[in-house]
Design a protein around this ligand. Structure first.
Ligand code: F6P
Length: 503
């Protein structure tokens, strides 16, 4: 089924023509209740869509397209663990990792998942309690997480988002460039350091090379040290980790039906649990599970992932916008754009449909962003006065508005000022006509996503929201959001290069 064949698709093309001459300011003038009408809530998140190029009729038409494209059925399949990842013949059941056991239809998996969760959370708590020691009996109080892509971006984002880390220190290294690992090992004492290799496939070159470099570091720094006491791993291929000498009791696993970029909820999140504790990790899962429940049960008309997903389709396919920006107004969320780049572009960067036929429509936009308010002094010139316009997600923390810290109150005020300036442009400044070089045309869309507070529950809900938003778009575009075959060619050519240079 191609969505472009649906009458709902053509109805939206018609709506696009109608809305072309109407600007966001007019939409507010025509509807004094607009701010309330386009504000939606779920799981400690509030989403304000009012500064978008949509009216009520368009939102209804977008929801009708979601229904006609099969979003409800495919959502239910995803959440039930059906085989939605067709090219790898697997479910994409990352929601099972955070689902309360009694809500999981499959008691066998409920037991297996909770047992493994208990195992890695127990290890995290023993590290936090200085009960895990190294060769000379000293507690391991520096944990260096080696991983890349989904085995790094999510765990690192959440670890940083939850605030300063005490002991054990948790550090991350991903890049093949030795500078990354050297920085993570800088000042570390080999006798109190644990290297945690995180890799779903346990075959990723960067992570294995960094693991070997970590072993060399141990050898150089403390030749007497027994590396096996300073290593642990997280993977879907435990036999590969034990083959490298990692003690099976220190190898934590997750099912291969969890995609890398959807894996922070599994043992891949061990770094989060070591840094912030069992309760914080449980809260993270709870927040995400609350959003899953909303996605499963809320009517599509007020279903946050569906509304945001369909807004993405609206801008890409009906306005021809090829990028979208994300600006989190919280320093601790500085890594959110990088995390979303993998989540959305690796999931949606596809050119063939699920039957393998070339698509006639655009899919993934380029996702980019920077932390607010820094972004105001780099990319907002473009956002306000560039020739093209870019849909923008502004992520902000609601309780900053009542903070005793004036800079946090100002931060939120700045975010709202920017959203208004993008929507209304100069008209918000009054009637005085600006000289053209100063003129800001406005009519530039932004979505406000408010987290009640910057805590584990809200972060869990936010990331689950973006995961499901991504899935909704994949359904309408009829693409498989859970494979990433396109990454292989670069790896294959590297193998050829290294083979031929070895000869
Ligand atoms: O090359 C892309 C990719 O496979 C991502 O999908 C994945 O998150 C990353 O590499 C790391 O893979 P692994 O966890 O298997 O090391």
């Amino acid at each position: 089924m191609n969505s472009t064949d649906l009458p709902e698709w053509h109805a939206l093309a018609q709506r696009r023509r109608v809305l072309e001459p109407i600007c966001i300011a007019d939409l507010f003038d025509d509807d004094p209740q607009r701010a309330q009408r386009f504000s939606f809530e779920a799981a400690s998140l509030t989403v304000d869509l009012s500064r978008n190029r949509i009216d009520s009729g368009t939102l209804r038409a977008l929801v009708e397209l979601a229904k006609a494209a099969g979003v409800p059925k495919q959502r239910d399949d995803l959440l039930a663990g059906a085989m939605v990842n067709t090219t790898e013949a697997r479910p994409a059941w990352h929601t099972a990792l955070r689902s309360p056991a009694d809500r999981l239809m499959d008691p066998t998996w409920a037991l297996r998942l909770s047992a493994e969760r208990e195992r890695f959370l127990d290890f995290a708590e023993r590290l936090r309690a200085s009960m895990v020691t190294g060769t000379v009996g000293l507690p391991l109080d520096t944990v260096v997480c080696l991983g890349i892509g989904g085995s790094d971006l999510g765990p690192r984002l959440v670890t940083e988002a939850l605030g300063p880390v005490g002991r054990p220190h948790v550090r991350f290294a991903a890049n093949l460039d030795p500078v990354d690992l050297d920085t993570a090992l800088a000042g570390a004492n080999p006798h109190t350091t644990l290297v945690l290799a995180i890799s779903k496939s346990f075959s990723t070159l960067e992570t294995l090379e960094n693991l070997r470099a970590g072993l060399r570091w141990f050898k150089q720094q403390a030749p007497e040290l027994d590396p096996a006491q300073h290593l642990a791993a997280v993977t879907s291929q435990p036999e590969r980790a034990t083959a490298l000498g990692i003690d099976p009791s220190r190898v934590f696993t997750f099912p291969d039906w969890v995609g890398g970029r959807y894996s922070l909820w599994s043992a891949c999140g061990l770094g989060i649990a070591v840094a912030h504790g069992r309760q914080a990790f449980s809260d993270l899962l709870e927040g995400a599970a609350a959003l899953d429940a909303h996605f499963a049960q809320a009517p599509l008309e007020s279903n946050l992932p569906v509304l945001l997903g369909m807004l993405g389709v609206w801008y890409v396919n009906f306005w021809g916008v090829q990028t979208r920006a994300v600006v989190p107004y919280a320093q601790r969320l500085a890594r959110l754009p990088a995390y979303l780049q993998q989540l959305e572009m690796e999931s949606l960067g596809k050119r063939v449909d699920r039957a393998g036929d070339p698509l006639s429509i655009d899919t993934a936009p380029v996702v980019w962003g920077e932390v607010g308010s820094n972004a105001q002094h780099s990319v907002f010139q473009f956002l306000h006065q560039g020739t093209g316009w870019v849909p923008l997600d502004i992520v902000l923390i609601a309780d900053h508005e009542a903070s005793h810290e004036p800079r946090l109150r100002l931060l939120n005020q700045f975010a709202l000022a920017q959203a208004d300036a993008l929507a209304w442009g100069d008209t918000v400044l009054g009637d005085e006509l600006q000289p053209s070089h100063r003129a800001a045309p406005g009519n530039r869309p932004s979505t406000l996503i408010r987290l009640a507070q910057l805590d584990a529950r809200s972060i869990g809900a936010l990331l689950a929201l973006y995961e499901h938003r991504t899935f909704v778009q994949s359904v309408v575009w009829n693409i498989n959001a859970f494979d990433q075959w396109g990454v292989e060619i670069g790896k294959q050519l590297l193998a050829r290069r290294t083979e031929s240079s070895a000869r």
